[in-house]
Design a protein around this ligand. Structure first.
Ligand code: GLY
Ligand code: MN
Length: 495
């Protein structure tokens, strides 16, 4: 009923009879099996192995209100996209459920071997409403007249390879056999509050605590026993599922790498277009917007959209790490920093940064800072090999940064002292980290355990950024004037 106080839609029986009749049979949609479907099946199999006997709930998420009866453009939760292989065209409110079944009686573990998992996946979706319903013509949020025809249950199964059922059956399906001695229920939180509330209600009805935790009152246990019990209890919490779906994405499969390469290629083309538009940016009162909109238009044309808000920062704005207002002037003689990525239709994103002299020529001090950042990136790339630790990449970049700052006389201590944990003065001019995993989210795998992320070991298939920078704010009295207002970042993808 959103916006109903201004609705002028007729309510007469004659109108209803007329608008719901006289339609040709629905055209069958030309639905193909997604190239991601078999990869998504393998990802579900890996998740299944981590949670035997547990029902796993992965919501796509609802539409989110922008204001009144207007919603934001829908994007499914990344865990849902990963585990179904669905992209931008997923419908809101869908829920993927992995139902526990007997060991070996579930879905195939992979396309080639005969092994089977211990879960059966079902997608609960809202199928297309019939034309004799009010939803057809009167529902601005879901109706075919307003947002177009949704796929049928069969279409969903064809596209994903997953059995599809009506979302109306979700509650009963989630509640089946749930109990202390029965099935446990876990939900990926942060995607859909309604589904989370439903899971909570089912747990409460079944007499299950929502948060089981080990307590230190288990005094009689040895430390190892206590730890084992705590871990077993943790595996029964939603946080464990959130962690697992994040960690599942640390190593990308062949489909993901292909999609991310396409995202990077499209992003490179977008940067080339921005360079061609710099003369226009110099003339416009909001030159940064010329840069932003050139890139964003390209992202919409060639992909789904941008993977995060484009940062188009001229001059001293480049010293604000996430400058997304992008309303500044672009002046001759300045550097301009562009941090942007195309998100392709499968929802994988690139994340690239370049810092360019607007007129094509660096000043001496701009070149000095730029070269230091480039050398830091090169040093980081040199150590980013399988077997190295993720944190070593950052350390390699920081060694170069600290050495250059010492050379320029900017550090109040030696580079060695600054690099020690007690020092870190060099971080005044680069407060962010050097790397983050990249994928469906620009900051991918953010819920992975520290021992697998920051303290983790690099493996083939991991995709992450290397993005050192140096940022001297315009009012930084700790540096000579010539450095003030210069911000440089260079960001590349490490495969
Ligand atoms: N490119 C934006 C970020 O990594 O935070
Ligand atoms: Mn980044």
């Amino acid at each position: 009923m959103r916006g109903s106080n201004r609705s002028q839609r007729p309510d007469s029986a004659a109108f209803k009879a007329f608008i719901t009749s006289g339609w040709a049979p629905r055209r069958t949609l030309d639905v193909q099996t997604s190239p991601a479907a078999s990869f998504a099946a393998a990802r579900r199999a890996a998740l299944s192995a981590r949670f035997p006997g547990t029902r796993l709930v992965v919501p796509a998420g609802p539409l989110r209100v922008r204001s009144n009866d207007t919603d934001y453009r829908f994007r499914p939760h990344s865990a849902f996209a990963h585990l179904t292989g669905s992209g931008w065209d997923t419908d809101p409110d869908a829920v993927l459920v992995l139902h526990p079944v007997e060991e070996g009686a579930g879905d195939p573990a992979g396309p080639d071997d005969g092994a089977r998992t211990a879960h059966h996946a079902v997608l609960y979706v809202r199928p297309l409403a019939a034309r004799d319903t009010e939803e057809f013509y009167a529902d601005a949020r879901y109706g075919e007249f307003w947002v177009g025809a949704r796929p049928s249950l069969d279409d969903v199964t064809t596209a994903t390879g997953v059995e599809a059922r009506h979302v109306d059956g979700l509650r009963d399906a989630l509640a089946k056999d749930v109990g202390a001695d029965g099935v446990h229920l876990l939900v990926v939180t942060g995607a859909d509050e309604g589904v989370e509330a439903l899971v909570e209600a089912i747990r409460a009805e079944a007499g299950l605590d929502s948060e089981a935790t080990a307590t230190t009152s288990d005094q009689q246990l040895t430390e190892a026993e206590w730890l084992e019990r705590a871990q077993a209890m943790f595996r029964r919490t939603d946080a464990a599922l959130v962690e697992a779906v994040s960690e599942l994405r640390l190593v990308k499969d062949a489909y993901e790498v292909e999609q991310m390469r396409a995202a990077v290629d499209a992003t490179i083309d977008g940067f080339a277009q921005v360079v061609r538009t710099l003369p226009r940016a110099l003339e416009h009162r909001r030159g940064e917007r010329v840069i932003e909109t050139t890139f964003d238009a390209h992202a919409r044309l060639e992909g789904n959209t941008v993977g995060y808000e484009t940062i188009a920062a001229a001059g001293e704005h480049a010293t604000t790490l996430h400058w997304i207002r992008n309303d500044g002037v672009v002046r001759s003689g300045e550097l301009v920093l562009l941090d942007a990525g195309v998100e392709v239709d499968s929802l994988y994103t690139a994340d690239v940064t370049r810092t360019l002299p607007v007129d094509g020529e660096f000043t001496d001090v701009q070149r000095r800072v730029y070269q230091a950042v480039l050398d830091a990136a090169d040093a980081a790339f040199a150590v980013a090999v399988p077997g190295a630790r993720f944190r070593d990449v950052h350390a390699a970049a920081m060694e170069v940064v600290a050495a250059r700052l010492e050379e320029w006389g900017l550090l109040p201590v030696s580079a060695a002292e600054s690099l020690s944990p007690e020092g870190q003065q060099h971080r005044r001019w680069m407060v962010h980290g050097t790397s983050h995993h990249l994928g469906l989210d620009v900051h991918d795998c953010a819920q992975a355990r520290r021992e697998l992320y920051l303290d983790g070991v690099l493996e083939p298939g991991m995709v992450f950024t290397i993005e050192p920078g140096l940022y001297f704010k315009a009012d930084d009295l700790a540096v000579p004037e010539e450095y003030r207002g210069i911000g440089v970042r260079i960001e590349e993808t490490c495969w």
